[in-house]
Design a protein around this ligand. Structure first.
Ligand code: NAD
Length: 352
């Protein structure tokens, strides 16, 4: 018999193609009338379209979100919130824009309507990572969780193929680690396995044709499920390593996840054989870790930390940091074994 505790976060999810047309209704459903619209330069035209739809409800606009949610940027946005007596945030963009929305919400308690345009999954988690004076801190609170998520598949059609692959594997990492999480439970397992299979089938179709709406729908659906896994159960070695590598060597978020995932899986495989068997089955391969590596390689994604700009001399430091503070993981965290993992990831070896 399996013993578990299951706790879900509240969520209102609107999913489809063209659903951005429902943003005004969703804002009014929350009882709000003074919206701060958060956009980002590559998606400025989408934010313009939503501003037009919101009409008099849109009282302010801020397009300055940055990676890792710097507190200085949040302060600038908060000044806009105060100046315009904002009572709701509508955010259109990837994890960075969602991060700014969450940073505003946790300080003001204004409700959020988020329209994600990548597969990062932040929109369905109560977690906020921020940087102040070069240090990244993370907090988790119900006030961080967006009230409404509007998934509009059409907003992802312009996500370049290479970013789609890395962002998709970033999502897959949430689902993989959910399956061997300490808090794993049957509901989350089901979401994770559906997500892994769906994403693995979608990415080759997106790489072949980035404007394939059905493939994009599968990938966004998979990203939602994976984000829900991330927001519901604790993550392990893979997320810890990516956090450490990103913070220490300033490596790009989704790309780092893409390189590290097969190696973190290979490390944990002996201690989580059932999870790996189920992941391999979802991927339709014999070995889960090698299967993820092969998927990334076949799509032309990054496979080595070297190509992301990490110095080889950083491996020892990263291994030290990875064992500095204990955290739950199926396999014991052994410094030299982690150094071997990082060496393989740095070189871009195929896990065997
Ligand atoms: P991002 O939001 O920084 O986006 C990367 C780039 O892609 C940006 O230049 C963005 O403007 C552009 N872009 C986004 N969508 C696009 C689209 N549809 N078409 C064209 N360009 C587009 O990157 P990300 O990977 O989505 O998010 C990474 C950030 O999110 C990190 O800071 C990470 O820590 C955070 N994150 C947080 C959580 C959480 O639960 N708190 C979860 C996942 C990620």
């Amino acid at each position: 018999m399996r013993t578990f505790v299951y706790a879900a976060n509240p969520a209102r999810v609107v999913f489809g193609a063209g659903t951005r047309g429902q943003v005004r209704d969703e804002v009014q459903r929350l009882g709000c009338s003074r919206v701060l619209l958060l956009g980002s330069p590559p998606l400025a035209d989408v934010a313009d379209e939503i501003a037009e739809q919101l009409g008099e409800l849109a009282v302010a606009r801020f397009d300055g979100a940055a990676m890792h949610t710097p507190v200085e940027v949040t302060e600038q946005a908060l000044a806009v919130v105060r100046e315009h007596e904002v009572d709701c945030v509508v955010a259109v963009g990837g994890g960075s824009t969602t991060g700014l929305s969450k940073a505003i919400a946790v300080r003001t308690d204004v409700p959020q309507v988020v329209l994600p345009t990548t597969y990062a999954g932040s929109e369905v988690t109560p977690v906020l990572g921020e940087t102040a004076e070069g240090r990244k801190t993370t907090r988790s609170s119900p006030a961080v969780l967006p009230e409404t998520v509007v998934y509009d598949v059409e907003l992802t059609l312009g996500l370049p193929a290479a970013m789609s692959v890395t962002s998709g594997i970033n999502a897959m990492a949430h689902a993989v680690e959910a399956l061997y999480s300490e808090q794993a439970n049957p509901v989350v397992d089901g979401m994770a396995l559906d997500s892994i299979g769906r994403m693995a089938r979608a990415l080759p179709r997106i790489a072949a044709d980035p404007r394939d709406l059905d493939a994009r729908a599968d990938a966004l659906h998979a990203a939602w499920l994976a984000g829900t896994c991330l927001g519901t159960v604790g993550m392990g070695l893979h997320h810890k390593l990516c956090h450490t590598l990103g913070g220490t060597f300033d490596l790009p978020h989704a790309e780092t996840h893409t390189v590290v995932l097969p190696h973190a899986m290979a490390y944990n495989a002996p201690a989580a054989p059932e999870a790996m068997r189920r992941i391999a089955e979802a991927l339709g391969v014999a070995d889960a870790a090698a299967g993820v590596h092969d998927l990334v390689a076949s799509l032309g994604g990054p496979t080595s930390l070297r190509e992301l700009g990490m110095p080889e001399s950083g491996i020892a430091e990263a291994a030290d940091l990875a064992v500095a503070k204990p955290y739950p993981n199926p396999r014991e965290l052994v410094r030299d074994d982690l150094a071997a993992l990082l060496t393989a990831a740095w070189r871009g070896d195929r896990p065997s």
